[in-house]
Design a protein around this ligand. Sequence first.
Ligand code: A3P
Length: 353
Amino acid sequence: MKTFEKYTPLFLILSILVMSNLTWACRRADPPKSKSSSMPLEDDQKKIIVKESEDSDIDPDETEEDTAHDDQDFDLICEGYVPPTMTQHLPQVIIIGAKKGGTRALIEFLKLHPQLKAAGPEIHYFNKNYDKGVDWYISRMPPAEKNNLVMEKTPGYFHHPQSAQRLYETTKDSKLLLILRDPVKRLVSDYNQFRSKNLAEGKTYPMLEELVFNKDGSVDITYPPLQRSIYHHHISRWFKYFPKEQIHIVHGESFIKEPWSELRKVEQFLDVPTVITEDNFFFNQTKGFYCGKEMRTTGVWDCVKRKCLSKSKGRPKPPLAEGTLDKLYRFFAEHNKIFYALVGHDYGWKPKE
Ligand code: A3P
């Protein structure tokens, strides 16, 4: 075969990748590793500098994002092969919530594990798209090898009235992950998401106090972001269908402080080798959060992919009136106790002393 023809597929892949907006970078591994499926490279092919971006392209409301293609590109360039045996099937792992609990960070960081493959955007099958049928649901899943575990995350499942039953009837053996933050912080974050979107569109938005408190100052229990934080109410529904051992709860605050410690527990729960470590993270001072760092040295290339979450994660806090947080913590104290009793663990959600 002529040299040009031999390298044409590689040139094509590289051109497509360099033209697209990539969040990872590769350089030739030194010394080059020999791999039967890899082609030898000429000198001018060895250096590929592709754009690294601190901010992911995730849409704030997560309906348009599609990170799956990027992952497949990463696999292609780093390992230089087209896997022949991939299939699409029901997810074995589902992140069911909670909204604003840290679900995007959780699924992005779990993707650092080579065995875990995730659907890019939220699917909303059991809460919004159930009438589209199970084949539609499966078609949204990433292609996976036999030893992969396929995951999806849709935070709305946790508080949706029919999701637990529908999920049970569709895929009752899937392992469920739930990431929960202090319910007061989650409620404020939930409110803040609506507020930010409205302000970004040039609209005004009420103060939290106008929404969460009645005129007489009592808590308005009909306010949806508040309802979504009454965790015992929602978890009871899931416990009707799934044994406790099938739902692993990730502690949202610990996950922010030390993502690798919580991820280790998730790896154990999923029964996959523990490979994600502190080395897979770096702290981004500007964001005030950890970002993920994936390194692969298999194949011809040393590749590094950095993953910080978009600006819609870790927003500046909204203004709150004095006393609001105290009042909300008083309201949630009893609810949290019921939740701790149900799950058999005290998460320590209380105001800072
Ligand atoms: P805030 O924006 O209120 O800070 P979800 O992905 O479920 O919508 O959750 C968003 C929340 O994830 C953010 O809420 C943020 O606190 C939390 N989070 C946890 N780890 C994060 C990380 N490494 N980077 C950005 N946000 C993270």
